[in-house]
Design a protein around this ligand. Structure first.
Ligand code: ATP
Ligand code: MG
Length: 268
């Protein structure tokens, strides 16, 4: 079941538009480490590929965790392409001005990998993680956030980017709604938030740490709640990119299933 997004009235008038990326882009960014940024970025990118899109996944983190989370090895090519149903996921590392060239100035056509429909960017824990203009910014927070850092980061988000807060780890949804409203007021701008906090799921954790897709996991309990939230986030980018097209259903489990020892050994 999709997790509804809530929004509120903007508190400040919109500033003039600044740069926009060449592709509809979703960025997962937080000043904080270990708040599931990479896990969310990879799961969102895969979900968009399962919606038949050509997805560019940019990892601007020197660790390039997104690659291992997708089951790629160090020996795999620097620009790796993975198929998900009729869609594709192309992963590459690009940081600093190289990432800006790729996303805003020259575009991914230069990569010689054909064209892309959307981009998803995984960022390291930095205050400037939210500074990319014209994007959908997903900011995970875990409830132990240093309010000053969080607010500084959110205040630095360009006015033409949209912010979606995602609370990771369970908490009372009513308390979370209060917290999200307080964060919005402190940041002085409209913010959307996932109405239900994302729960911990042992199968999701194991899948990520072993380079397996969360979309191949049995869809029940906390795993189902996590996937539903990821589905909502991916759908937000889809709606931005294709406002008139309906969001394709989640991939059937039999299409995403992974058989240990058999799958993942194909020749490149
Ligand atoms: N839904 C979940 N339930 C339980 N554990 C999870 C979940 N999602 C991610 N994790 C685990 O949390 C840990 C941190 O996740 P991740 O690496 O995505 O965070 P990060 O914010 O990208 O970290 P960094 O700041 O180092 O880049 C990982 O071990 C991951 O498997
Ligand atoms: Mg990470």
């Amino acid at each position: 079941m999709p997790v509804p997004l809530r929004s509120s009235t903007p508190l400040v008038a919109d500033a003039p538009l600044t740069m926009v990326p060449l592709l509809p882009t979703l960025v997962v960014g937080s000043y904080k480490g270990g708040v599931w940024k990479t896990s969310l970025a990879v799961a969102i990118a895969e979900r968009l590929a399962w919606a038949d899109l050509k997805v560019l996944l940019v990892t601007s983190d020197t660790q390039e965790d997104a690659r291992s989370r997708l089951g790629l090895k160090a020996s795999d090519p620097q620009i790796a392409r993975i198929e998900r149903g009729k869609g594709t996921l192309t992963v590459l590392g690009a940081r600093d001005s190289v990432a800006i060239d790729l996303l805003y100035r020259s575009g991914p056509g230069r990569l010689g990998q054909g064209s892309f429909d959307v981009a998803v960017v995984d960022t390291p824990p930095i205050l400037e993680g939210g500074h990319l203009p014209g994007v959908l910014l997903v900011t995970p927070i875990d409830g132990t956030d240093a309010a000053r850092n969080l607010i500084s980061m959110l205040r630095g988000v360009p006015s033409n980017s949209e912010i979606i807060l995602a609370k990771v780890h369970r908490m009372d949804p009513v308390q979370w709604e209060r917290d999200a409203t307080a964060i919005e007021q402190a940041a002085g701008r409209a913010i959307q938030y996932l109405s239900s906090p994302l729960p911990r799921s042992a199968p999701v954790e194991a899948a990520h740490n072993n380079g397996r897709s969360v979309w191949a996991l049995p869809r029940r309990g906390c795993t189902w709640e996590f996937l539903s939230a990821v589905d909502t986030l991916a759908c937000s980018l889809w709606t931005k990119a294709f406002p008139k097209k309906p969001w394709p259903a989640m991939p059937p489990l039999k299409a995403t299933a992974y058989v240990d020892g058999w799958d993942g050994k194909d020749a490149p």
